[in-house]
Design a protein around this ligand. Structure first.
Ligand code: MN
Length: 456
C-alpha cells in the first residue's frame, strides 16, 4: 500500500503529517492573482519550497494548492521512494506499464456542472506573471483518445481562461495530443478532451513523461502507483478521466478554429508568444464534493523545472548508465533551466568526458552546455562545479563547441531553433599531480560539534 494513498488529498495529508515543515497553510484571504507565484518565488530566494495551501482565495469557495513539487523529495514521496532512487523508480515503471481499470463512476463526478452551470469563473484560476495574457490553468493535464487507434493520452498544455466556457490552448511541443487534433481536424471533427486538474503525484508525473504514441500515460501512472489507476468515462465526452481526480473540465478542441493565446511565462523565464492557438470549448465541469484546485507556478520556478523534466531525465539517466560504465550521475541545475547539465564520471581513460557529453546531447536535444567533472565533485553544489572549472580547465584545450545543432525553440538566444552545443571538460587529466587540500576526519567532526553541538 502506498504511503501517500491514491489521490492528491491523501498525498497532501501525508506531507502535512509526516513533513510539516514542507506544508504551509495560508488561512487568511489572499488575492487570486499573482499570490501563488510571488510567494513561491520569494520562498525560493530563501531556499525554501514548501507546498502552499491557500484555504481562502478571495471570491472563491474552492481552495488552491501550489508549489507541490519544488523539491525532488516531494516527487519521491509521492512515488514511495526517496530522491536518491527517483530515476531508477521512474525508469523501472517505464518498462512495466500497468493497464488502467475502468470503474462505473468516480469521486471526481460527485458534483456535475453542465451547460451554463459549467462556468470557469467559479474556479480560482490565477494570473501568474505581469506579462501573461490573462489567468491560466497551469496544472491542466489534457486527456484525449487517438482518433484512429483509441489509445489514450495525457499531457500538460497551458490553458488561458478566455471566457466562462472558453479556454485558449497551446500544444506547441507538437506531440501526441497535437497529432490527435491534427488528424481529427483533417476528418472535419472536433477532438473530445478532458482537462484533469489535481491528481495523485503518480498521475501528475506520468502526464509529463514521454511515452510511445501506442502507450497510455494512465498505464505509467499505474506502474508508479503499484496498482492499476482507476478511470471512468467523462459525462459529456468519450474520454477516460482518473476516477479520484479533483476537478475535470470536459470539452472539445475545435477543428478549423484558432484564437488568441499567450504570451505566457515559460520555463526559460521569458514570456513566450509561441502558440498553436487552439480553442477549447467547455461542455461540463465535474469535481469531488470538496475539491482542491491545483496551480503549477510557471516560468523558471523549481517546481516547473522539476515536474517538467524529471521523467525525461530518468529515461536519459537509464540510457547513460547502460551505455557508459564510467558514468556516475548528472544534475540539471535550476540556474540552467535544463539547458545546462553537470555530469560526474569515474574516469579511467582520456576522452571519456567528451563521450559522456556527446551521448547526453544525443539523448536530450535541449541540453546545450555539459560540464563534466570527476566523481569527487559535488554536482549539486554549483560552487564546487565552478571551482572545478576554475582549477582544471584551460579553455583552448578543454572547451569544445559544435555548431548548427537543434536547440529549444523557447530559447530566446536562438532565432530559428538552431544553435550550438558546448562541452567543458573539467575532469583532471589522468597524470594530474596537484593535491587537493583536505583535513583529517576527526578535525572535521570536532569543528561540526562546535558549530552544531554534541548531538549533531
Ligand atoms: Mn502520449
Amino acid at each position: 500500500m502506498s504511503q501517500t494513498g491514491f489521490d492528491l488529498q491523501s498525498f497532501l495529508n501525508y506531507v502535512r503529517q509526516e513533513h510539516p515543515d514542507r506544508f504551509l497553510v495560508i488561512s487568511d484571504p489572499v488575492p487570486r492573482d499573482f499570490t501563488s507565484t510571488a510567494l513561491t518565488l520569494e520562498l525560493e530566494k530563501l531556499d525554501r519550497g514548501p507546498i502552499l495551501f491557500f484555504e481562502n482565495v478571495e471570491g472563491y469557495e474552492i481552495p488552491l494548492v501550489a508549489n507541490l513539487y519544488a523539491s525532488r523529495d516531494h516527487v519521491a514521496w509521492g512515488l514511495n521512494t526517496d530522491s536518491d532512487c527517483l530515476y531508477e523508480r521512474i525508469s523501472q515503471a517505464l518498462d512495466a506499464l500497468a493497464p488502467a481499470e475502468r470503474v462505473a463512476k468516480g469521486t471526481v463526478q460527485e458534483v456535475v456542472w453542465r451547460s451554463d452551470e459549467a462556468d470557469l469563473d467559479r474556479l480560482p484560476i490565477p494570473r501568474h506573471f505581469a506579462q501573461d495574457a490573462g489567468p491560466y490553468i497551469t496544472a491542466g493535464m489534457i486527456a484525449a483518445r487517438d482518433p484512429h487507434s483509441g489509445v489514450g493520452n495525457l499531457a500538460y498544455a497551458r490553458l488561458q481562461h478566455r471566457g466562462p466556457r472558453l479556454l485558449g490552448a497551446s500544444v506547441h511541443s507538437r506531440q501526441h495530443l497535437w497529432d490527435y487534433h491534427r488528424r481529427a481536424e483533417a476528418a472535419g471533427k472536433d477532438l473530445p478532451v478532458a482537462v484533469v486538474i489535481g491528481a495523485h503525484p503518480a498521475v501528475m508525473l506520468a502526464a509529463a513523461a514521454k511515452l510511445g504514441i501506442d502507450q497510455d500515460e494512465y498505464d505509467l501512472a499505474g506502474a508508479l502507483l503499484d496498482r492499476p489507476l482507476e478511470i471512468c468515462r467523462g459525462v459529456t465526452v468519450d474520454v477516460d478521466v482518473p476516477a479520484n481526480a479533483e476537478i475535470i473540465i470536459e470539452g472539445h478542441l475545435r477543428a478549423d478554429e484558432r484564437g488568441p493565446e499567450g504570451p505566457f511565462g515559460e520555463y526559460p523565464g521569458y514570456a513566450s508568444h509561441r502558440s498553436t492557438n487552439n480553442v477549447l470549448e467547455v461542455s461540463a465541469i465535474t469535481m469531488r464534493r470538496n475539491p482542491i484546485f491545483v496551480d503549477i507556478v510557471p516560468g523558471n520556478s523549481r517546481e516547473h523545472l522539476i515536474l517538467g523534466h524529471v521523467s525525461y531525465e530518468a529515461w536519459v539517466y537509464k540510457r547513460m548508465k547502460e551505455a557508459l560504465p564510467f558514468f556516475v550521475d548528472f544534475n540539471f541545475p535550476f540556474s540552467g533551466i535544463h539547458f545546462h547539465a553537470y555530469v560526474r564520471i569515474d574516469k579511467s581513460a582520456e576522452g571519456q568526458a567528451q563521450q559522456a557529453a556527446q551521448l547526453l546531447f544525443g539523448l536530450d536535444q535541449f541540453t546545450k552546455l555539459v560540464v563534466v567533472v570527476d566523481k569527487d565533485i559535488d554536482i549539486f553544489d554549483e560552487q564546487e562545479v565552478l571551482w572545478a572549472i576554475a582549477t582544471h580547465v584551460q579553455a583552448d584545450r578543454r572547451v569544445s563547441i559544435t555548431s548548427n545543432t537543434i536547440v529549444n525553440r523557447l530559447d530566446p538566444s536562438s532565432a530559428d531553433g538552431l544553435g550550438s552545443k558546448m562541452v567543458i571538460d573539467a575532469t583532471r587529466p589522468l597524470d594530474w599531480e596537484a593535491k587537493r587540500v583536505s583535513l583529517p576526519d576527526d578535525a572535521i567532526a570536532f569543528a561540526r560539534k562546535l558549530i552544531h553541538g554534541e548531538n549533531r
